[in-house]
Write a protein that binds this ligand. Structure first.
Ligand code: AGP
Length: 607
């Protein structure tokens, strides 16, 4: 997730406005920053790696003449943070500048095609191909807006682009598909941005640009066109009554709820990973003598779920290990035949890096899955995958967890395909269901949020909860418990449901809330037995069930239904959504700040 901004001013320089707007978008990405400003037929570009303040101190982002310009603050996905990979990107002649937020899936093929036509590329980004595609369109005699429309029409994936050119120096052209784009309209200026906060201090008149639309901004106003056929659409500005702080959360009361709702977009982006890195990591996993999945907290729960995926789909035995215990438990046994897949959203968790450090010393192969492309974990991994979730501001991991699960299930599927361990039909069905997951998650959030909110109000005064699941749902149970524990401060216990009889059931008294995660999978029969055990002792049963599961509905005191027909192995992704919302609304009901829970940090960089 990156932040883009553009402005056309009547009689002021654009650079200071771009700089301050990018500062307000910094929560969307902050590993590099850049701007391009038109002054007559001059195009001046300043860009570099580093946070906005660092780059400003080096290059003075306010000091460029010209009243039309675009800017970008980056959260790297393709190409490590560097000056050359920072946006804006230009065409061969430096006449067209582009900033982009999103992920272009087919950029490698397009780059090859453009290179064959003589285009020289400077960066490793997917974005740069857009400037060269526009150059091609201009060369064929198209106007800038039509050249942009033709260029984005060839892109697969998600994008919001903003474009300026010395060839038509009186306009900005922007277009969007999936990634957000909004216009700001003032008497003496026009703005385009990824998010409203960028221009809210300057105007509260906004125009939301919809998917598949292109906009031409010029001195006389703005014109919206359909990318598909170029037909124009009229849309009046609307008043935004948010405060700047609310705007940063896109109107949500806090980042955690915004990030829960962002999951469908993140999951779509996680399905657009670069093929070669998925294949390379699959190869290392396939050839490993033994595989350890090492992480902390929520990332460990993703590893636990992944161990079921690798086993059931690819017949690969993997060992999920809590990072802080890894050295004591396996440090002496790890060797050159060991492969460590370290999972860390921040890529900076000290316990995880310590486990990796010992493993490297013992010649193990290190693989990394992270959300931070320039983190320590990426630098010490033989191969790493960046899950492309965008910055996660809430301390509690939500969107990064479901994205981790999506990446890990893609790896398990590729391994299964490569090893021929499950039928072609099964693989095709799983791949199809994985593609459906973002829409399914979107549907669950939309249709179940109010039900979960009601549950949170009903149970808000309870002072202990059980979370139980079997098989892969035992990982979902652990994650649901951690969420409730860390942001609602509600003491909770999670364990595989089969363990109840071996001690924990002694805690059960009438009214004791027990959350069961029960997808319709191979564990359903036995989990119904566990529900009966708890019910017999007066527990209050809250069941996360498959839509229409009448039998469990009849047993539960409360239930939340999840879309039916999902393969069990993918169930942790949709089944965790009600658990995230439950923890969130419990925290709110108890008067706590879900974004900044007490005693916790977003990245635990001490052991
Ligand atoms: C999860 O909600 C917590 N914030 C915490 O458990 C977190 O998952 C853990 O600290 C690991 O962080 P990492 O993924 O950045 O390594």
């Amino acid at each position: 997730m990156c932040g883009i901004f553009g402005c056309i001013l009547k009689d002021r320089d654009a650079a200071p406005i771009i700089h301050s707007a990018l500062k307000r978008l910094e929560y969307r990405g902050y590993d590099s920053v850049g701007e391009a400003v038109l002054h007559g037929t001059n195009l001046t570009i300043k860009k570099d790696e580093g946070k906005i303040d660092e780059v400003h101190a080096l290059h003075n982002l306010d000091d460029i003449a010209g009243r039309i310009g675009i800017g970008h603050t980056r959260w790297a996905t393709h190409g490590a943070p560097s000056q050359i990979n920072a946006h804006p990107h230009t065409d061969c002649n430096g006449q067209i500048a582009v900033v982009h937020n999103g992920i272009i899936e087919n950029f490698l093929g397009l780059r090859r095609e453009l290179q064959e036509r003589g285009h020289a590329f400077r960066s490793k980004t997917d974005t740069e191909i857009v400037s060269h595609l526009i150059e091609e369109g201009i060369r064929e005699g198209l106007t800038l807006p039509e050249a942009v429309r033709g260029a984005v029409g060839r892109l697969e994936g998600s994008y919001t682009v903003a474009v300026v050119s010395v060839l038509e120096p009186d306009k900005i052209v922007c277009a969007r598909k999936e990634s957000p784009l909004v216009l700001g309209v003032a008497d003496d200026a026009l703005y385009c941005a990824s998010d409203i906060p960028a221009f809210l201090p300057l105007t509260n008149m906004a125009v939301i640009v919809n998917d598949g639309e292109l906009v031409v901004l010029h001195d006389k106003g703005y014109e919206i066109r359909k990318i598909a056929d170029g037909t124009t659409i009229s849309r009046e500005p609307e008043v935004i009554d948010w405060t700047p702080e609310m705007a940063e959360k896109q109107g949500y009361p806090n980042f955690m709820l915004k990030e829960i709702h962002e999951q469908p977009l993140c999951l779509r982006n996680t399905l657009r990973l670069q093929e070669q890195y998925l294949e390379l990591m699959t190869t290392f996993l396939d050839r490993a003598g033994e595989v350890f999945l090492v992480a902390c907290g929520t990332s460990y729960h993703a590893c636990l779920a992944a161990s079921y995926m690798f086993s059931k789909l690819a017949m690969l035995a993997t060992h999920p290990v809590i990072a802080s215990e890894f050295v004591e438990q396996h440090g002496s046994a790890v060797n050159i035949d060991s492969t460590i897949l370290a999972v860390s959203q921040s890529g900076e968790t000290a316990d995880t890096l310590a486990a990796v450090g010992v493993s490297r010393q013992r010649a193990a192969t290190i693989l990394g899955l992270t959300n931070a492309i320039d983190s320590t974990l990426t630098r010490i991994s033989r191969v790493y995958i960046c899950q492309q979730s965008g910055p996660e501001i809430g301390v509690a991991a939500t969107k990064t967890f479901t994205s981790q699960l999506s990446v890990l299930s893609q790896l398990a599927l590729r391994l299964a395909k490569r090893r021929g361990k499950i039928s072609h039909e099964e693989i095709e069905d799983l791949e199809e269901k994985l593609e459906q997951i973002p829409d399914i998650v979107e549907k669950i959030i939309k249709s179940r949020e109010e039900d979960v909110k009601r549950l949170a109000m009903k149970y808000r005064d309870k002072n202990c909860f059980f979370f139980l699941g079997r098989g892969v749902s035992s990982a979902s149970a652990l994650e649901g418990r951690l969420k409730l524990l860390e942001i609602a401060y509600a003491p909770s216990i999670a364990y595989p449901a089969g363990e109840s009889k071996h001690g924990p059931i002694s805690l059960i008294q009438p009214g004791f809330p027990v959350v069961f995660i029960c997808p319709r999978d191979g564990t359903r029969r036995t989990i119904i037995g566990n529900i009966m055990e708890m019910k017999a002792r007066g527990a209050s049963i809250i069941a996360i069930i498959e839509e229409g599961d009448k039998e469990i509905k009849g047993l539960a005191d409360e239930y939340i239904e999840v879309t039916k027909g999902l393969p069990e192995i993918l169930s942790p992704i949709p089944y965790v959504i009600p658990l995230q919302l439950f923890a969130y609304y419990m925290a709110v009901a108890r008067g706590h700040d879900p974004d900044r829970p007490r005693n916790l940090a977003k990245s635990v960089t001490v052991q």
